[in-house]
Design a protein around this ligand. Structure first.
Ligand SMILES: O=P(O)(O)OP(=O)(O)OP(=O)(O)OC[C@H]1O[C@@H](n2cnc3c(O)ncnc32)[C@H](O)[C@@H]1O
Ligand SMILES: [Ca+2]
Length: 494
């Protein structure tokens, strides 16, 4: 009896199995390693928001291979430019460009050097520059030239510095909040956008009613869906300009009533005990108001702390009587009824968040605000030693203005008040027009829905791993099957 045994058989099989296992491990490792740099391979974009009160630099980042996916662009970094907005440099335009230097140097550090040449930089100026252009076009051109010159000196891809329209500001704010909320690729509703700046305010939403005025309508086709938006920007109704409008009216009626010297402006929107000396040009130095012939006179701005009187005084800056359409917000501007949920950001958030009024009913908000406005100024300062006095003194006015704008202006009711969400960020990105502006200019939101890949990358790696494992198991099964058959055959021979 001869037992046939192949001495090479076992080592060869072990070697083959080891090669297959090592092969699979290498394959999976390569897939995983390859996947990592893909995620790290980011592209960048820079947008400067040259607002009326200040300029912010936003750096956005997105995975290089996923440009057309909603929600993929995120805010990587922001830098607040020191000092006031660029429109304040009308007498010294060079200063506007120079003011951007620190933040632009920071941008150079934050973005990998090899990406600098392909990183687009946009500057959009809003209501402060719109007002300067109305007042002095030459000065506004010089300021824009100065910031353009400054931005071109950086290694990025300069794409322009311009004054954006109020309509663009509203519409891009709406795109931002809906992009970040991932509403754009779903058939669900969208979020209206409410933006309150220093010099203008915007309202944008998808209405249920017909839009009666051409100027307030804007259409987008995004990811295969059509959006018919209502938008309006009220120049001079940002919170700084509204304060001027309101104080200007009070000053005029004070002067009409009594010509006392010194002039005392008794203001219900400021806390009792507040007393500040101001000059008349300090209130009237804006194209939002006609000039007053009281050059350089000073007056005492005295707080009274009376919320309901404050609201009455603020109502005077809204003309809710004249309306050439079936319905208006104010100042003869068409507005359909507010519809759906709204995100209220910028100063809507700063003010309501400071006062802890972001989640109350309208009635409670009014009660709390009335109590806040009547709090003595001394106590307010004691309670908030670290807050800028200018902001602190104005919160009563600002919140009362916000309530009046939303209720009397835009016609929110106690019921629809619940639909307003006061927000600053969605995820880690700020709500504002800048992201929508960049997405639009870089064509990152396609009109049609892009073809979705069969499988996400992570799914592909898992699939490959399981598939390889299956092949290995099959190979082993085949091997054992043949081994058994060989042995049986050998036994038979024996
Ligand atoms: O849109 P425009 O009108 O051009 O103005 P802006 O872009 O400069 O306006 P912001 O939203 O940055 O700010 C709106 C206002 O809120 C003020 N503000 C900023 N931070 C604030 C805070 O923490 N508390 C109170 N007010 C604040 C700021 O001074 C402005 O008056
Ligand atoms: Ca703004």
């Amino acid at each position: 009896m001869v037992k046939v045994k192949n001495p090479w058989h076992r080592p060869v099989v072990i070697f083959l199995a080891a090669v297959i296992i090592v092969g699979i491990i290498i394959m999976v490792a390569i897939s995983v390693i390859q996947n990592k740099p893909l995620h790290q391979k980011c592209k960048y974009g820079i947008v400067l928001d040259a607002g009326s009160s200040h300029t912010s630099v936003f750096i956005y980042e997105w995975p290089a291979e996923k440009e057309n996916n909603t929600g993929m662009v995120r805010q990587k970094h922001t830098c607040n430019v020191q000092g006031k907005g660029i429109s304040s440099y009308s007498a010294n335009p060079q200063g506007a460009g120079a003011s951007l230097q620190l933040c632009m140097e920071e941008a150079k550090q934050k973005i990998p050097a090899h990406r600098h040449p392909e990183t687009p930089v946009y500057l959009g100026a809003t209501a402060g520059m719109r007002l300067l252009r109305m007042e002095n076009e030459e000065a506004s051109d010089k300021v824009l030239d100065s910031v353009a010159h400054s931005l071109k000196s950086y290694p990025f891809s300069y794409q322009g510095a311009r004054i954006i329209s109020g309509q663009e500001e509203g519409a891009f704010g709406w795109i931002t909040v809906n992009y970040l909320s991932k509403n754009l690729r779903k058939p669900t509703g969208t979020l209206g956008a409410l933006d309150l700046g220093g010099a203008s305010t915007q309202i944008t939403f998808v209405p249920q009613q017909n839009i009666e005025s051409y100027d307030n309508s804007i259409d987008f086709r995004l990811y295969g869906n059509d959006y018919h938006l209502y938008t309006h920007s009220f120049l001079c109704y940002g919170k700084d300009q509204a304060l001027k409008l309101s104080m200007g009216k009070k000053l005029e009626s004070t002067l009409k009533a009594d010509k006392t010297d010194p002039i005392e402006l008794r203001d219900p929107c400021f806390h009792p005990g507040y007393n500040f000396t101001r000059t008349v040009p300090n209130v009237f130095n804006t194209p939002c108001m006609r000039e007053m012939k009281l050059a350089n006179e000073t007056f005492f701005h005295v707080g009274l702390g009376n919320w309901s009187q404050c609201q009455q005084s603020i109502r005077k800056v809204f003309n809710t009587i004249d309306c050439p359409y079936s319905r208006c917000s104010f100042n003869g501007v068409f507005q359909p009824s507010v519809y759906g949920d709204f995100g209220a950001f910028s100063a809507f958030f700063f003010v309501m968040d400071f006062l802890n009024l972001t989640s109350d009913t309208l009635a409670t908000t009014k009660q709390k605000l009335a109590a806040y406005c009547s709090t003595p100024w001394k106590k307010i300062v004691e309670n908030h030693p670290n807050i800028k006095e200018k902001y602190l003194s104005e919160y009563c006015f600002s919140a009362t203005y916000i309530l009046t704008l939303l209720e009397d202006g835009y016609k929110f009711t106690s019921n629809s008040w619940k639909d307003i969400r006061f927000i600053m960020k969605i995820g880690d990105s700020d709500a504002g027009w800048t992201l929508g502006y960049m997405l639009n200019l870089t064509n990152m939101i396609p009109a049609e829905a892009p073809d979705t890949p069969l499988m996400p990358y992570e799914g592909y790696v898992t699939f490959m791993f399981l598939f390889s494992l299956l092949i290995l198991v099959l190979l082993l099964l085949v091997y054992f099957y043949f081994r058994r058959s060989t042995r049986t055959a050998q036994k038979d021979i024996i």
